[in-house]
Write a protein that binds this ligand. Structure first.
Ligand SMILES: [Zn+2]
Length: 495
């Protein structure tokens, strides 16, 4: 099983090498505890739950000096890794959640707090959320996000945020959700860390049937933790932080009602952004070329959505690698053969659980001639003349993207939804997919959009790239743990 993914795969063989030698030098030190020794979980709430960090052990004999140095950088509290599904995951909250799961299994006596807090949520999500919204009150600092991009998805070294940072960028939100899910799983049925991570993030093998569980993180987190429960847990966490010595001062002038309001806002905003809205892969992650020409802004909210299939590629894409490749080839075709400014669609739908940003929320696309400034163009990768996207991929647009667009003010609450064929001479989005969208709410049989066909407008997106350095991650798989790793390109897959 030689897989060619950098990123989290680099960690797994290291963990496998490290586990036995950690056990021999310090039988009580697990990898999450090693991460804590190296600076993860250094916030007051996390320390109160899991205790003071252990001492950093000497370099284990199984690892070379270089391997040890790189590993300690990876486990440092601000580090994040690229997962095979294309998402970026902060290791701090992820490993803290797993440690709570391991400690629950071993019967470790967690300290008690008044009011009682759930240690799993405290170390992953509720302290971070409560603190972020506490610090932002009164000001206009960001509380959540943004996403970011790696310099090179084949050999990721630097991750750059797409805008001003908040205390909870997307990578930390992902790590927190994964930490909750994997900590809960570990507490139920303990398994070795490497098996846990491999099972969750998948093998990254494109021949593999089905999506890795990590691509369902938003749905699964939402099932485990609805907004009411999240709010309640943030609230009790804030009440505990109010009495912990390091944070007491921070909450001194926060009355009980304000504290409840902060918890409410935190849970609501987090749920809307990360549970109710679908994940959207930014342009820089799929390797978009820059725009050509001058961008034209949409006037929001829009009143329409037009559904397309891409036809070519005719096969649905099932992985970050293949969906990104499809995006690049469509953009090339639209720019070079059609002479457009950019890929035509507003958003493209992969069968890997992700939407891919085309022109995005704010810029006029080139998808539905005459109506490009009236509506978003959403294109499913594949030919859906006689088959359908899988149910999860159908639901990604119907149940997530569209309600999210309405809630966030991009789409009118009374929007109409149509297939491309209703607006022009085309079979798009294919007979099967067209029948399917006929059952969606907002679907309109008529073709009239109130009149006059407009000139076909081509718009442009200007990426908001407040390129700020976020974490530096050294992933030199040739250096690190060559046990079963092969450097190579994403196109290599598994052998
Ligand atoms: Zn179309």
């Amino acid at each position: 099983d030689l897989c060619t993914f950098a990123l989290i795969w680099v960690l797994l063989p290291c963990f496998r090498l490290l586990s036995p030698s950690l056990e021999s030098s310090n039988p009580n030190l697990t990898i999450p505890e090693l991460a804590r020794a190296l600076g993860a979980c250094s916030t007051p709430g996390c320390r109160a739950v899991l205790g003071e960090p252990p001492h950093v052990p000497p370099a284990p004999p199984a690892l070379s000096h270089e391997q040890w140095v790189l590993l300690t950088q990876l486990l440092h509290r601000d580090a994040a890794v690229l997962a095979p599904d294309g998402s970026t995951v902060a290791l701090g909250p992820l490993l803290a959640g797993i440690e709570v799961g391991q400690k629950r299994v071993s019967g470790w006596p967690f300290p008690t707090f008044e009011p009682p807090i759930d240690p799993l949520y405290a170390v992953t999500i509720t302290e971070a959320l409560g603190t972020s919204f506490l610090l932002a009150r009164g000001g206009d600092g960001a509380t959540l996000g943004p996403g970011g991009c790696w310099d090179d998805v084949d050999d990721p070294q630097n991750y750059t945020l797409l805008g001003p940072p908040s205390p909870i960028p997307d990578a930390v939100a992902n790590g927190a959700m994964d930490g909750v899910l994997l900590g809960a799983q570990m507490a139920q049925a303990p398994i070795p860390l490497t098996d846990l991570l491999r099972g969750y993030y998948g093998m990254g093998n494109t021949t593999e049937k089905g999506r890795p569980r990590s691509s369902y993180r938003r749905r699964d987190f939402g099932v485990l933790m609805g907004p009411e429960k999240l709010e309640q847990e943030v609230e009790v966490m804030l009440r505990v932080l109010r009495v912990l010595p390091p944070t007491r001062e921070l909450l001194e002038d926060v009355g009980p009602e304000e504290l409840v309001a902060i918890a409410h806002r935190a849970a609501r905003d987090f749920t809307q952004l990360y549970v109710e809205c679908p994940p959207i892969v930014p342009r820089c992650m799929w390797g978009a070329r820059p725009y050509r020409g001058t961008p034209k802004a949409l006037t929001l909210p829009l009143e329409s959505v037009f559904i397309h299939h891409t036809f070519i590629p005719s096969a649905p894409c099932h992985s970050f690698r293949s969906c990104s490749r499809a995006m690049r080839s469509m953009q090339r075709f639209h720019q070079d053969a059609r002479g457009w400014d950019d890929i035509g669609y507003s958003f493209v739908v992969g069968s890997d659980g992700y939407l891919y940003q085309g022109r995005g929320w704010h810029w006029v696309g080139a998808h539905t001639k005459g109506y490009n400034s009236k509506g978003y163009g959403v294109g499913y990768v594949g030919d859906f003349s006689s088959t359908l996207p899988d149910p999860d991929t159908i639901a990604l647009v119907r149940d997530q993207l569209l309600p999210c667009a309405v809630r966030t003010g991009r789409l009118h609450h009374n929007y109409t939804l149509r297939g491309h064929r209703q607006m022009g001479h085309t079979d798009c989005p294919g007979n099967s997919l067209f029948r399917e969208i006929g059952t969606w709410s907002g679907f309109k049989v008529s073709t009239s959009l109130g009149g006059i066909s407009r000139a076909w407008r081509l718009g442009c997106v200007v990426q908001h790239e407040g390129w700020m350095r976020f974490v530096m991650l050294m992933v030199a798989s040739s250096l690190l743990c060559s046990e079963d790793q092969h450097r190579g390109s994403w196109s290599g897959g598994c052998r």
